[in-house]
Design a binder for this molecule. Structure first.
Ligand code: FES
Ligand code: FES
Length: 207
């Protein structure tokens, strides 16, 4: 006899990196756990599991999202891109290549999240989205110069326990086609420079 359908499980189809994956999940399963534990897409990392570190960042319909705070059932019907979907065959995504060329990592644990975040961040910037450190936020002003300060602020949701921030900022700038900040510029000038707690935590880690 067929087991009675469980009210806490659903069969969903997730569109990940252009491929459809059908799976039965408990409604409480996060997208992060579905990726890692059910679909073996372990490039996406679990750091804090509470939305504070950015290690689990993926793209949902091109926007960055922390997958530990997203239910898998809520991701159905959306296009999900993980780090495994960034390269085109053997050709790395320009952001991946820049991280590789400029040593934008040490242990590499935060790197998939940093790269996914940077990919969307560069598009947000090109679309003219201001950040908390943008001087002129008028739409007609267009995208602000992608300075080290802008990159640090826009990437402040992604922490790096190794403190590889100098190289990360340089890699993001290079991938965006912006002038590569020198190390002295890439290091935060002073605490309290940014509006977010994560940025502050990042600065402390980088100090
Ligand atoms: S694991 Fe998701 S934000 Fe840290
Ligand atoms: S490279 Fe180790 S946590 Fe970022």
């Amino acid at each position: 006899m067929e087991p009675a359908p469980s009210p806490t499980y659903s069969t969903i189809t997730l569109n990940i990196n252009g491929e459809k994956h059908a799976l039965s999940v408990d409604h409480r399963t996060t997208l992060l756990d579905a990726l890692r534990e059910r679909l073996d897409l372990t490039g996406t990392k679990k750091g804090c599991d509470q939305g504070q570190c950015g290690a689990c960042t993926v793209l949902i319909d091109g926007r960055r999202a922390v997958s530990c705070l997203q239910l898998a059932v809520a991701a159905e019907g959306h296009e999900i891109t993980t780090i495994e979907g960034m390269a085109e065959g053997e050709r790395l995504h320009p952001v991946q290549q820049a991280f590789l060329d400029l040593d934008g990592y040490q242990c590499g644990y935060c790197t998939p999240g940093q790269i996914c975040s940077a990919v969307a961040m560069i598009e947000e910037h090109a679309a003219g989205w201001p950040s908390a450190v943008t001087d002129d936020v008028r739409p007609e002003a267009g995208p602000p110069p992608l300075t080290a300060e802008e990159i640090r602020e826009r990437m402040s949701g992604n922490l790096c326990r190794c403190g590889a921030y100098v190289s990360i900022v340089q890699a993001v700038a290079r991938a965006a086609g912006a002038p590569t900040p020198q190390p002295a510029q890439a290091v935060p000038a002073a605490a309290g420079n940014s509006g977010s707690d994560n940025a502050t935590a990042g600065k402390e880690a980088a100090a």
